[in-house]
Each structure stands twice: as C-alpha cells, then as structure tokens.
Design a protein around this ligand. Structure first.
Ligand SMILES: *[C@@H]1O[C@H](CO)[C@@H](O)[C@H](O)[C@H]1NC(C)=O
Ligand SMILES: *[C@@H]1O[C@H](CO)[C@@H](O)[C@H](O)[C@H]1NC(C)=O
Ligand SMILES: CC(=O)N[C@H]1CO[C@H](CO)[C@@H](O)[C@@H]1O
Length: 485
C-alpha cells in the first residue's frame, strides 16, 4: 500500500514537473534577460523561510567563532557585501573597514539605527531612537550624562564598589567563579550609579527579573506563552513599572528639596533637563533606563571576565599591569579613592583591556536600516533592508591584526590599529555612548584586583561561547593567591 502510494507520488510529481517546465524555462530566461540591465543585488543565501540563516549564525557564535559566518560568505559571494536572512529580516552584511566607514559616515542620510524585533518588543524605545522629538532630546540628555565631565564624579563611588565587591566575594576564598561574579558586580554597579539602588535584597529581586529579560533579548521573535520572548516582555513590564516609580519619586524629591537628592546619573539627567524633565513621561524614561541597564552591565561584565582570563594566561602581562597599578597606589595618600588623574595614568592597563575587547568583543556587531535605495560597491541596496556589520570580522582579520589570535597589547601603542578596524563600541553618531563608562569601570576594577590578588585558571583549555555575549563555557573558575602591596 505504502509502496504504491509512494510511486504514484513520484509519477505525479514528475508529471507536474513536465507540465511546468516551459513556464520555468520562460521564467529563468526572462529573469536572466532582465537582470542584464537592471541593478544588481548583493549575492547570498537566504536560508530557510522566516528563520533564514539565523540558526547557523547563532550556532557559530556558540562555538566561539562568529567571524566564520562572515568569512565563509565573503569568500563565497563577495569580499565587500553579501545578502542573508537573519532574525526574520532580509539582511545585507557590509564587510571590512570600508563597510564600517561607509555605515558610520552615512548615518541618517542613507542608514539609521535598527534593532531586531525581539529587542523592540522588550524595550520599546530601542526601536525609535531618532523619530520623535522627545526621543531625540532624551538621547542628547543621555549623551551628556555619559560624558567624561559627568562620569568622572563617580570614579570614587566606582572604586568603593570594587573594593566592597572584592572584600565580600574574593577575600579569604581559595577559588572563585569569575563570570557570575562579574555579572553580579556589573549589575549592582549600574543600579548604584544610575539610580542609587544600594539595597542588596531589593537589587537581587530586581536582578531576577532582569535575567529573564536578558534571556529573551536575542531570540526568534515569537511572542507566545512559554517562549523566552514572552517571558522577557513580562519581566520588562515589571522592571519598567518599578523604575518609573523611582523616577516619579525622584522628580518629587527634586521639586521639594534639591540638596538631599541622591547623587546619581538619574538625578543628573533630571536636574540638567531644560524642561524640568517633562520631555518624556516617567514610563518612557524608565524604558530608556532599562535599555541602559542592559547595555551597561553585560558588556562591562564580559570585558572584566576576559581581562581576568588573559591576565591568568599571560603572567608577564599581569606583572606589567600590576607594576603600573602599584605605582599609582603608592603615589596616593593612603585610603584616598581613585580619581580621573589616576585613571589617565593607567595607559598600559587600558591597552590590555582594549586587546581583551578585540579578541572577545562584548558586542558581536550592530544593525542599521537603509532609509533610501542606494548603491554600495556596485550592488543595489533597497530602502527598508536591514544591514549588519560585525566587530569580529575586522578584529580577527590578519590584514589588520597580524597573528590575530595572539594577545598583544602593544597593538594599541603609537597610532594604534588602522581606522575602522577596531570597533568594539561601534562608530559614527550612533557610537555606543557607554564607552567612557566602560573605560572607567574596567580600569577601576583592574586596579583593585591586581593590587590585591594573583590568580590562575583551573581549566587550562576552557572553551569560549558567544551567546550573544562572549563567555567562558564553565564560568572561568580561578585559584586565588592574595597579594600584599
Ligand atoms: C515609539 O514611537 C511611537 C510612534 O512613533 C510612539 O507612539 C511610542 O510612544 C514610542 N515609544 C517610546 C517608548 O518612545
Ligand atoms: C527603490 O527601488 C525599487 C526598485 O528596485 C523601486 O520600486 C522603489 O520605488 C525605489 N524606492 C525609492 C524610495 O526610490
Ligand atoms: C544595454 C543597456 O541598456 N545598458 C544600460 C543599462 O543601464 C545603465 C544605467 O542603469 C545604462 O547606462 C546602460 O546604457
């Protein structure tokens, strides 16, 4: 019975094929004929319907080789640009420093910022950065709040937080698991600095919702009960209500008695606002703060984790960082907290941090959307298409970074890497406003950790996973040896 129906199916398919053959031939001919003189679209493979090549993209990331996705296709299709489908969208990938330069230089004329649907559903404001007037004002406000002049006032607070973290979680321990501790540290730091959420019990409750939110951020955008996206949207609603209440209370405090208002980034934003903070309502401000919490904690935690990893693997580099930091410590009155002058002396340490962010870039890449039809490298790109560029494809290109897998902080000496090749924070007008924040937090942590500890890895060959941020597969357990200074 089965055999019969199977052969019948074959015959049926064959007949169908024969009938449609002329039509097919006509279509193919017509296509090649007309494509002779119409614009040429970038070549590429669109993968499966809807999912496209997303699974392959995510799989290579989990294997720790996200650059392979780009490199394979650059070889197959074009070294400059290719087409694919990711996160349910037609996606054009621009490659190499020329691609980066093109995108950064044509911001708001040919392209604008874009984020995948899953992120827009969880953090609505992430979808409309440059549309309405309130959003533009808010963005400007945030950018001033993230300038060095503003943030350097918080260096002492960052130093205290690093000291407290190491005392609580590292002191008197033989072993620690670095990655979860770095996440915990990065998160409690943003809570303290942004909105003076110092209470550990409150912060822990807050963190649970936050973890659910993060898990859904880069997911297939299907919002049904049980999916990680659905849970993340729920968590985001709780967090935004919670933060909106903090914002409401803070506005009241500011209106009533300015002197006793907590000195944090939220107060700074509200106090420097030209229109008494009325440009956005509390919920809209809360929405942006959730976005900042996401951007500000995970990336910094990943960077710290990888710095600890490389310092464990490379004792001569650890020693040089330690010497630089001990020198700074010795030059200060005992007990005085770090300040901007100290940070600006941490030149070697910063090169080490930058090299760690080259090899394990916290951001894999960024998205844009074409706002008009344009031609790039001879290929036509259509209005509405999404564009992706990847940090890893230049960070690991031997043309720009010889022996790309070798950790070498001297790459950042002198003029440093060629333009548009080292881009962990993006570039152009949309450059991540958190780069100054990241620099301060990372250097303050490095100062404290190398002046108090030396360490070695427990698993010499621990794998790296990128999902969506880089992390060591086993969380980077290390063995500690306290240092005296
Ligand atoms: C996003 O934009 C839409 C319309 O442009 C607006 O209705 C909505 O309130 C905006 N969302 C946020 C969170 O700013
Ligand atoms: C873009 O090009 C397509 C054809 O390739 C055309 O249909 C469309 O009208 C163009 N759009 C704009 C905004 O020029
Ligand atoms: C053969 C032919 O028609 N060539 C034309 C193809 O289109 C370009 C502009 O898009 C023309 O310049 C060519 O003359």
């Amino acid at each position: 019975m089965e055999v019969i129906s199977f052969s019948m199916l074959i015959i049926l398919l064959f007949a169908l094929f024969l009938i449609s053959l002329p039509l097919l031939l006509f279509l193919i001919q017509n296509k090649s004929h007309s494509s002779k003189n119409t614009t040429m679209f970038p070549h590429g493979n669109m993968g499966w319907p809807i999912i496209g090549e997303t699974l392959e993209f995510l799989k290579l990331g989990r294997k720790g080789i996200p650059e392979k996705f780009i490199n394979d296709r650059m070889q197959k299709f074009s070294s400059k640009v290719f087409k694919t489908s990711l996160f349910g969208e037609t996606m054009v990938v621009l490659c190499g420093p020329e691609g980066n330069k093109f995108l950064f230089s044509n911001e708001n004329t040919l392209v604008k910022g874009w984020v995948p649907g899953s992120i827009r559903k969880i953090i609505p404001s992430a979808g409309n950065v440059s549309t309405n007037e309130g959003a533009i004002k808010m963005r400007k406000k945030l950018q001033t709040s993230f300038k060095l002049e503003t943030l350097q006032k918080f260096i002492g607070k960052m130093d205290l937080a690093a000291k407290e973290h190491l005392t609580t979680h590292w002191d008197n321990k033989k072993e620690v698991l670095v990655f979860p501790l770095a996440k915990n540290y990065g998160f409690s730091l943003v809570c303290q600095l942004f909105m003076s959420l110092d209470d550990h019990v409150e912060a822990a409750k807050f963190y649970d919702h936050f973890a659910v939110l993060l898990a859904g951020l880069i997911s297939i955008p299907i919002d049904l009960p049980g999916t990680s996206l659905h849970k993340a949207i729920g968590a985001s609603n709780i967090l935004r209500k919670y933060i909106a209440e903090i914002v409401r209370q803070r506005k009241l405090d500011i209106a009533e008695r300015v002197e006793s208002v907590p000195q944090d980034i939220l107060s700074h934003m509200l106090l420097t606002s030209d229109e008494n903070g009325q440009f956005l309502n509390d919920m809209e401000i809360a929405d942006r703060i959730v976005g900042l919490l996401v951007a500000g904690h995970d990336t910094v935690s990943a960077a710290i984790t990888f710095i600890v990893k490389y310092l464990a693997e490379l004792p001569h580099i650890y020693e040089e960082v330690q010497n630089e930091q001990r020198e700074i410590l010795r030059s200060k009155p005992k007990g005085e907290l770090l300040n901007w002058e100290d940070i600006s002396r941490m030149k070697y340490s910063w090169n080490v941090a930058r090299e760690a962010m080259r090899l394990a870039s916290p951001a894999q890449g960024f998205f844009r959307e074409a706002i008009t039809n344009f031609t790039y490298a001879g290929f036509s790109i259509q209005k509405g298409w999404k564009i992706y560029w990847s940090t890893y494809s230049t960070h690991k290109d031997p043309n720009y970074f010889p022996n790309p897998e070798t950790f070498d902080p001297s790459r950042f000496e002198g003029n440093g890497p060629a333009p548009y090749t080292y881009i962990p924070f993006g570039g152009g007008p949309h450059m991540c406003p958190g780069n100054v924040y990241a620099r301060l937090v990372i250097l303050v942590f490095m100062h404290n950790v190398v002046t108090r500890f030396k360490w070695e890895k427990i698993f010499a060959d621990e794998r790296i996973i990128i999902d969506p941020l880089p992390k060591p597969a086993k969380g980077l357990p290390i063995r500690l040896q306290p240092q005296c200074t």
